[in-house]
Design a protein. Structure first.
Length: 251
């Protein structure tokens, strides 16, 4: 299966521990392992919050909105994750459908996907408070896979935090920066969930993540378009979309 992540092609052994462990001749790779773990934990947190919310326990609406968000998130992640390599992407289908992903594109696609479903089914309620903590903790766990795999790495640095991913150059461990930030955001959202307005937690999550990612990109190795990276442009778009949508909240 081809690897569509941005990793050096001239380094024979890249990553901290791309093969997490082995069971006989079966290798368990870090990236899919932690992504699967992120999905499981995220679903558990979502289920816990849904059961805690009396208004959502017996409603079908959160589930259909979640389906729209997931479908839109997959499309957004694939679209933006392959925008620079569409030829290779289409040449390797169906394997490429499970390879290149971008969280920023996935979140933006998930926002639009949920809005489409709500529009089609005439859903007026906000369920973002159920999804925001789940996404925060899932991203934190998933970034462990990026760290061990060595994708989403940072630029060279002389500070004591530098990590050698395989080329002998200390680099910013941007994956770990994001893990710390997202865990802090997760605990903040969980603490605020009792007093938050409907949808407020997702607004906080989206603005926080897109804002963090915009500035983190200055420390990451990413292709540039017009002076900014692709993910910075996506982050700016995400902030604009969220602000324009949620400014209409009832007071």
């Amino acid at each position: 299966m081809p690897d569509f992540h941005y990793i050096p092609t001239n380094v024979s052994h890249w990553g901290i521990r791309p093969i997490l462990f082995s069971l006989g001749h079966i290798h368990i790779y870090a990236y899919p392992f932690f992504n699967f773990l992120a999905l499981v934990v995220g679903m558990f947190v979502y289920r816990f919050l849904k059961m805690e919310s009396a208004s959502s326990q017996d409603s079908w609406q959160p589930s259909i909105v979640a389906f729209g968000a997931i479908f839109g998130g997959i499309l957004g992640a694939l679209l933006f994750g392959n925008i620079f390599k569409l030829k290779e992407f289409f040449a390797e289908i169906p394997f490429s459908l499970f390879s290149a992903r971008t969280i920023t594109g996935g979140i933006l696609g998930g926002i639009f996907g949920s809005w489409v479903v709500k529009s089609v089914f005439g859903i007026k309620a906000h369920f973002g408070n159920l999804f925001a903590p789940s996404l925060a903790v899932a991203i934190a766990i998933g970034r462990l896979g990026c760290f061990f795999r060595g994708c989403c790495y940072g630029i060279p640095t002389g500070c004591g935090l530098g990590v050698d991913f395989g080329d002998g150059i200390p680099r910013h461990p941007t994956q770990l920066y994001e893990i710390v930030f997202m865990l802090g955001l997760f605990f903040y959202l969980m603490k605020k969930r009792k007093i938050a307005r409907p949808g407020e937690l997702f607004f906080i999550f989206g603005i926080s993540y897109f804002g963090f990612r915009f500035f983190e990109e200055f420390l990451r190795v990413s292709p540039h378009i017009g002076g900014l990276t692709l993910f910075q442009w996506i982050s700016l778009l995400g902030i604009i979309v969220l602000v324009s949508k949620y400014r209409q909240w009832p007071k």
